[in-house]
Design a protein around this ligand. Structure first.
Ligand code: C5P
Length: 221
C-alpha cells in the first residue's frame, strides 16, 4: 500500500515506546502501541474471570471482539470509556499480556485492529512482531535492543517516578522471564525481521536513538 509504516520491535523495556512515539511526533505519523492491546486483553480477561491459558483462548478472542478500546491523542487508553492507562502498566499486567500473547487465537483476534492503525500520512508501530507478521512489507524496520541491566535500570526509574516501589533485581528477573516466553513461543515469536536494522541503545540517549531512526527514514525516501 501507499501508507508508509515504520516498525520498531524489540524486547521488554528496550525503549521502543519512547523512541516510537518521538519518531511519530517528529514525522506527524500515527502511533500503534501494540503491546497496549495485549495488556488490555490481559486486563479484560482477568476482570471477566477468564483464565489466561490455551483452554480459554477462544473465550478471550470472543471477549476481544466486544472490547471498546480508545487511544486518546494525549496517549491515554480507554476501555469502555474507563481510563486504564495506569492499570495496564503494572508488571502483573505485563506478565498477563505476555501469557495471552502466546495464544494464536488471541493474536489473530488483534490483527485487524492493528492494521486499522495504518492511515495517512503514515504509522510508527511498536511491538514484537510488527516487522515480521503485522506489517511484513514495511519500508523501514528497526530492531531496538539494550542490555538487560540497562533495561532493568530504566524500568526501575520509570516506576519510582510513578511512585511504584520495585527492585532492580526483581525487574530484571521479570523482564528476562517475559522475553524468554516472547522469544520461544511458536506463534509470532520476538525476533528481528530479516530486513530489520539493529539499533542497540544501551549507551546512547533517547534523542540519539530517535535521530538515528529519522536519518534511516530519510535515506529510504
Ligand atoms: O511492549 P509491552 O511490554 O507493552 O508488551 C506487553 C507484552 O505483550 C509483551 O511481553 C508481549 O508478550 C506481548 N506483545 C506481543 N506482540 C506485540 C506487542 C506485545 O506479543 N506486537
Amino acid at each position: 500500500g501507499s501508507v508508509p509504516v515504520i516498525c520498531v520491535d524489540g524486547p521488554t523495556a528496550s525503549g521502543k515506546g519512547t523512541v516510537a512515539s518521538a519518531v511519530a511526533a517528529a514525522l506527524g505519523y500515527h502511533l500503534l502501541d501494540s503491546g497496549a492491546l495485549y495488556r488490555i486483553t490481559g486486563l479484560a480477561a482477568t476482570r471477566a474471570g477468564i483464565p489466561i491459558d490455551a483452554d480459554h483462548a477462544g473465550q478471550i478472542a470472543a471477549l476481544i471482539a466486544q472490547l471498546d478500546i480508545t487511544f486518546t491523542p494525549d496517549q491515554r487508553v480507554l476501555l469502555d470509556g474507563e481510563d486504564i492507562s495506569l492499570a495496564i502498566r503494572s508488571e502483573e499486567a505485563g506478565m498477563n499480556a505476555s501469557l495471552g500473547s502466546a495464544l494464536p487465537a488471541v493474536r489473530q483476534a488483534l490483527v485487524q485492529m492493528q492494521h486499522d492503525f495504518r492511515q495517512l500520512p503514515g504509522l510508527v508501530a511498536d511491538g514484537r512482531d510488527m516487522g515480521t507478521v503485522i506489517f511484513p512489507l514495511a519500508p523501514l524496520k528497526i530492531y531496538l535492543t539494550a542490555s538487560a541491566a540497562q533495561r532493568a535500570q530504566r524500568r526501575h526509574k520509570q516506576l519510582i517516578e510513578k511512585g511504584i516501589p520495585a527492585t532492580i533485581a526483581d525487574l530484571r528477573a521479570d523482564l528476562e522471564a517475559r522475553d524468554a516466553r516472547d522469544m520461544n513461543r511458536a506463534t509470532a515469536p520476538l525476533q528481528a525481521a530479516q530486513d530489520a536494522l539493529l539499533l542497540d541503545n544501551s549507551d546512547i540517549t533517547v534523542e540519539e536513538a530517535v535521530a538515528q531512526v529519522l536519518a534511516w527514514w530519510e535515506k529510504r525516501q
